[in-house]
Each structure stands twice: as C-alpha cells, then as structure tokens.
Design a protein around this ligand. Sequence first.
Ligand code: 5AD
Ligand code: SF4
Length: 447
Amino acid sequence: MNVYDSEAMARVLAPMGYELTAHKKNADCLLLNTCAIRAKAEQKVFSYLGRLTGLKGNNPDLLIGVGGCVAQQEAKKIFDRAPHVDFVFGPHAINRLPEIVAQAEQGKRHAAATEFLDSFEEITQPLLDKADQEQSGVSAFVTIMSGCDNYCTYCVVPHVRGREMSRASQAILAEVESLAAKGVKEITLLGQNVNSYGNKEGFGSFAELLGLVHEVEGVERIRFTTSHPKDLSQELIQAFAELPKLCKHIHLPVQSGSNRILKKMNRGYTREDYLGKVCALREACPEIRLTTDIIAGFPSETEEDFQDTMDLIRQADYDSLFAFMYSDRPLAPAVKFPGKLSEEVKGRRLAQVLEVSEEIARAKHAAMIGSKQQVLVEGRSVQNPEQWRGRTGGHVTVNFLAPACGGLVGKQVDVLIENGYSNSLSGKLWTEDGDCPKPPTEESHAA
Ligand code: 5AD
Ligand code: SF4
C-alpha cells in the first residue's frame, strides 16, 4: 500500500516539474512516506529524520515533507523532534501535495494536512486519474478501497487511515483497462480488507469485482491483498476454482491460534472458523498457496495460548508467513490491556514461529524440485544479473537461467525447478527434453 502511495506522490508532483532522483543530495524536495503499523517502523522514521538534518545545511532551499501514517498520528511530535521538517501530510492528503509543496516553496513552514475526507473519490482524485500516466512494468497495484472499520485491538490502521471506503467498480475497471493497454500483465487489487469491498456502498461483492476484472483483455494474472478471514465468503472461495487468471494464492492473516486471544484481538472468528475456511479453500482449489500474519506475545498470551498458535500453524500448513512481536501502538486499545509480556518472551515466541515456518517452507520448496512452474518474468535477478527473476502464480520468487536473448520480461514461461530455499526457488527455462536451451546464435538474435 505504501509503494502505491509513494508512486502516487511522485505522480501528483510531476506537473510541478518534480522528478524522481536516486540521490538524496540532488533532491529539491525529500518526501518520507512512513508506516506506523509497529513501533519499530515508527522509530526508524525518527532516526532517519535525525540523519537528514545535515542535508539542509548543504542546501537551505531543500524541502522535507513527511507523509503516511506516522505523519497522520504524530504531526506535532515530528515538528518538535525534527524542526527541519517543512510539512507533514496524512494518507488522505496525497492529492493535496501540489498545494502543500507550493506553499512550502513560498516559505510556509510546519503545515500539517491530516484531516480525514469523506469519500474515496475525494481522497484519490485526481490521484487515480492516470490516463496519461507512464506505466512501465509487468505488475501494477490498483487500489479498490481505503481505510478499515475492523478495529482489531492491536491495530493503528483504522485510526490513521480512516473509515473504510470502497471505490466504484467502473473506476477500478477503467484503471485496469488503461494499465492493460499499457502492457501491464498482472494486477494486484489493494485494500485493508478486500473481502468487505462495496458492502457499505452497495457496489456488489468482491467476488463479482474479480469476475469483472477477469474479463479485461490483456490482464493475465490477478492478485489481491489483504483478506480478513471473517469476511472470506464461499463465493470468493469458489472464485479460486472458477477464474483461471486468479492466482492460486491467498494471504489470510490469522494473528493467533488461541480463541481467547482472538477474542481479545477483536478478530471476529475462532480458530475453528478459520481452519474451516482453510479446508474449504483447499477443497475448491487444492493447489492454493496459503500465507498468513502472526503476532507473537499479545498482552496476556500464555504459553498454552502460544502453543495453540504453533499448533494452528502446523494444521493450516502455511506455505509462508510473516510474524511480528506484539508492539504497543498509542492509538490502539490494546495499549491499555494488562499482562504485557517482556521483550524476551515475545522474542523467544517469535523465533519459534519463524523456525517452524521456515522448516515448512523449505520442505514445500524442496518438494517442488523437478517440477515445471509457470513464471511471469519481472526482470533480471537482483543477486545474479545472469539470471532472470519472476514469480509463480502462488507468489514464490523464482530465479532462473535462460538464453540471454532478452524479450522475456512480461512473458509467462515454464521453468524447471532445480533448487528450493526458504524464500525462493531457482531453476532454468523449461524445454521439452529438460535441457536449458543453448545461448542464442547471432542469427537467432537477428531473427
Ligand atoms: N504489533 C505487532 N504486529 C502488528 N500488526 C499490526 N499491528 C501490530 C502490532 N501492534 C501486524 C499484524 C498485521 C500486519 C500487517 O502487522 O499481523 O496483519
Ligand atoms: Fe488492522 Fe484489523 Fe483492519 Fe487489518 S483488519 S487493518 S489488522 S484493524
């Protein structure tokens, strides 16, 4: 979501003549897009801001702005602790950036744009008006809703991103069509809880929206994130069986395997409800890849509660997971909950979750050795530029060797998997006889 918002910031400032630079010291305006989801992310913002002080000394005209959820939550603290920051703006103020930056250019200092707006269109227009936007790349995010109404007790999101609001399906389709026309092959639909898409507005269900996006010519893969388990409908589960372009992967954050803790978290489901939905997903789509988020050490979590989580991880047989130590967020109710655990206990539980998940992921990836996987090629491998990089439909990164003839980016190719690691796979381009094709000759290059 923050990647999407950062791209939007660059886009709205382009008409003012601002363009991206890779080097801070060349910048006329530095924007820091921040995340407040956990305490660590927020601490990073303040230490980073500290390091920027010197830059202003070298370039007194430099403008520094802080956007995103820390800006929304901590505008005053930012100006107090980092007075060299010129302005702050929350997630609802991205489309007002040109006006905010223009005022800062005129010398206005310490402006804070943190009001919440009332409709999706107000927040995002002309942000999403991307008709003339350059889009290069294989994959693109398309935002379908903003905010969240779930109020999980540990979570800051409803307090910094505002109420849940969905975007009209015609606008979503228009954006998807325009991206497909520019060559984008993979669309990821974004929202805090896509499963409740359109409920308030009466826009039709999320599964219906997927059906519409599926019709768009040129789109080859559809993904979405994030799904709340309580709102995962049978209709959506069925979509995995019925829509071939829908990637067979679902990120379904469970957070805990203990019913007592799930209740305290206000998650709205039990472990039995959750595991029932996992069964239904696997029944509808046996090859589906399942990933999740886990919070280790929520206030009052006992060893028994934690063992319920470990047990659920094994039962759900996740392909991969993200795990975090619980951290207090000032605006979230759990900050006042009794039974806070020490960093040591939280750290030990986190390590256990990561250990078991890595073990499962390694075994699953090892079992894929020798298989043929369809990979959408995104570019050259980051670690080894001789290799190509892409993802399976299940969202596993694959690095592979292929003749260096170019032209693979944006194509779906078959790869023979030769190695499995905890976070990725590697192999070579598949050929019928299982051999990697020879590097191209001069003639085949010309052809
Ligand atoms: N402490 C730890 N993890 C958190 N998350 C959200 N809030 C907190 C918190 N206060 C995690 C959840 C969520 C993911 C995006 O971040 O697991 O799914
Ligand atoms: Fe936060 Fe819960 Fe909303 Fe997810 S569903 S953004 S965890 S409040």
